[in-house]
Design a protein around this ligand. Structure first.
Ligand code: FVH
Length: 288
């Protein structure tokens, strides 16, 4: 690779890594790239990326090393052998990790004189560079500020604080909410399908309904933060979901998603909170 220093290096050219590199190159940035399996950089090199011969070559190419690998283990497997070369450089890790994994990586980085920023991508590869893409960051603010001209090419960049685990925490909490909602949609689609309604027709009705219901998220949050679960509309006693479980079973549809919600409701009722609102379920879920 040429002796000139690139602005950033990108380690990991999977679907997301390629989208990140492509967006930087299209924005006129000087980027070095590396991937474990050769051959995934062809399109990027054609756009002007510098091909690194190996991880060490890649790390030495730039002061900012962006990491977008499969998981925490692959990050450690890739960075451990070049830790001495990383000293004094900034690592921006966009690989999905848990809060504990992000903190562990930050501690590892600090121990070796590596500056560390953790990132959580709230977008799919085609959305990188688009207006509604968002990436959350936490860790060393100085790294966030240094890398910001690059970060802002990808998405709206938000710094969430110095705890390196914060971005991961928010990411996985939001994904938990999203996947549970999608499982609910799929269960509804299975019920509707068993009654002869195709999924597209169901989705046309469900999507605006679900969007309207998100208004209640803020009300639930108020109840949680204040600890006042007084039922604003309907109580847990009133919200018995047994009929939804029964309706699902009658149609031969696995009631697992709605049965799980009913179980959470029932536990609160049995604990004596039947007069409270639905948000009370939070108390049964939260860490003691
Ligand atoms: N794709 C998405 O929609 C999501 C959106 C939210 C954030 N995620 C996270 O981004 C990380 C990378 O995801 P990806 O979509 O690029 O994933 P893949 O296309 O599967 O590419 C994985 C890359 O990781 C490399 N890799 C895997 N194991 C190792 C290892 N032990 N050592 C070195 N590199 C490794 C793999 O290399 P190769 O298989 O081509 O050799 C790919 O470059 C991820 O954390 C998502 O949760 C994306």
């Amino acid at each position: 690779m040429s002796g000139r220093t690139a602005e950033a290096t990108l380690l990991g050219l999977g679907h997301m890594g390629r989208a990140l590199a492509r967006t930087l190159l299209d924005g006129g940035h000087d980027v070095a790239v590396w991937n474990r399996t050769p051959g995934r950089d062809a399109e990027l090199v054609a756009r002007g990326a510098r091909r690194a011969a190996d991880v060490r070559d890649a790390v030495l190419a730039a002061p900012i090393v962006v990491v977008c690998l499969y998981d925490h283990a692959s990050v450690r497997a890739t960075l451990d052998p070049v830790v001495d070369d990383l000293r004094g450089r900034a690592v921006v890790n966009l690989t999905t990790t848990t809060l504990a994994e992000a903190r562990e990586l930050a501690a590892w980085a600090a121990e070796h004189g590596v500056r560390y920023l953790d990132g959580a991508i709230m977008a799919t590869p085609p959305l990188i560079g688009a207006a509604d893409a968002a990436i959350l960051y936490s860790g060393e603010e100085a790294v966030f500020l240094q890398a910001r001209p690059l970060l802002d090419r990808w998405a709206t960049s938000t710094f969430e604080g110095e705890d390196p685990g914060r971005a991961s925490l928010l990411d996985l909490a939001m994904l938990s909410a999203m996947y549970t909602m999608f499982a609910g949609f799929l269960h509804g689609a299975a019920m509707a399908g068993a009654g002869g309604v195709d999924a597209r027709s169901f989705a046309r009705r469900a999507a605006p309904f679900l969007a309207a219901m998100t208004e209640f998220v803020a009300l639930d949050a108020e109840a949680i933060d204040s600890g006042d679960y007084t039922a604003p509309v309907q109580s847990l006693d009133w919200s018995d979901l047994g009929h939804l479980v029964r309706a699902s079973e009658e149609q031969g549809v696995d009631p697992a998603p709605i049965a799980m919600v009913e179980e959470l409701r029932r536990r609160q009722v049995e604990a004596g909170h039947g007069a409270d609102g639905f948000a009370r379920i939070y108390e049964g879920l939260r860490r003691r």
